[in-house]
Design a protein around this ligand. Sequence first.
Ligand code: ZN
Ligand code: ZN
Length: 413
Amino acid sequence: MNNPISVNNRTYSWPKKTTIVICLDGSEPGKDGYIEKAIEMGFMPCMKSIIGKGTYEIGKCAMPSFTNVNNLSIVTGTTPDVHGICANFFYNQDEKKETLMNDDSFLRAPTIFEAFEKSGANLAVITAKDKLKKLLGKNLKKSICFSAEKADLANLKDCRIENVLKLVGKPVPEVYSADLSEFIFAAAVKILERGDKIDLMYLSTTDYIQHKCAPGSDIANAFYKMIDGYIEKLLSFGCKVAFTADHGMKAKSNADGTPNVIYLQDLLNKNFPKESCNVICTITDPYVIHHGALGSFVTIYIENKEKINEIKEYIQKIEGIDVALTKEEAVKKLNQPEDRIGDLVVTCKASFALGKGEKDHDLSQLKEPLRSHGGLDETSIPIFISDKLDESYKKKNKLHNYDIFDLALNYDR
Ligand code: ZN
Ligand code: ZN
């Protein structure tokens, strides 16, 4: 038995059996959540039979409730003030331009994977989109690590695996598809089937389906049915299976199906024309088709610092706004890295979305009523571990998605 691993001020016991942690992107939980609905409607028979034998809780994610932010929170066991990834984009003050935060140099904390690999553990990390692979795989030298999106390019040097398409028996999936997520599970099964001795596995899906479809809809149910089948398969190898989500998901459209957007840049230009406010929608990434770069969180850079509080007060009164915080407040209340957020951080309520200017968002590709995330109203996430845990985990005052490795490894009965 190997010694426990310490990383980022937390300690993790060595997995007693192959432990698979899954991030089900955008899996809004609760009475009307994706999993609950699918179970209720008979689409997740495996989960229905095991949920009571394992541990199921609803917890919270880190802010903003975005994908990369929370995947990195999960795999470091920390919040953005520690690991540094607080958005897909940030405004680079030195270069005076909006910069993508998908390079691993932006990550400031070691991952749990890196720490386990250094101690000799065998790991496999599989993501949907390639943008995450680099961040999750930082400093990994021996572990399998690849994305479904670029599965055809996976090679021994960079990914410690090759001929993935042949192994999985599927073509490279479309980026905007349920297949992208299914490929990950199929690959995980094949890796176990061929006999790899894996200690820890991390699978991270995409929220393409959740952006399109509400819980309980045919498409969502079919997606969770697919996942249920794979959970059953993974359990059949004798693995421990745990899952959480990076964030939730809320409908954000008007009765006529148009997105219910607060265009904050337009409002600020009109009311504070001289203050040079720059609204940054940090959900923006190279893949925006399914949400038009509209989420529930923005950060604002304001040239005239004397006006920050006045602008904050104005924003707070706008209908649909949830919170407007100064940088200092956001660092304290939302665990944000001070140097990567603007002078104000603004979130909107569940049924609203926040935009820059109306002209800045191309909504022509948005085929379904908008569903998105990013704010405090999308921070509820499911937490499941296929084993009953030692009850002492209940002493934690709040459960977060970034506790999932702790829960999956440290509370064996
Ligand atoms: Zn996500
Ligand atoms: Zn999303």
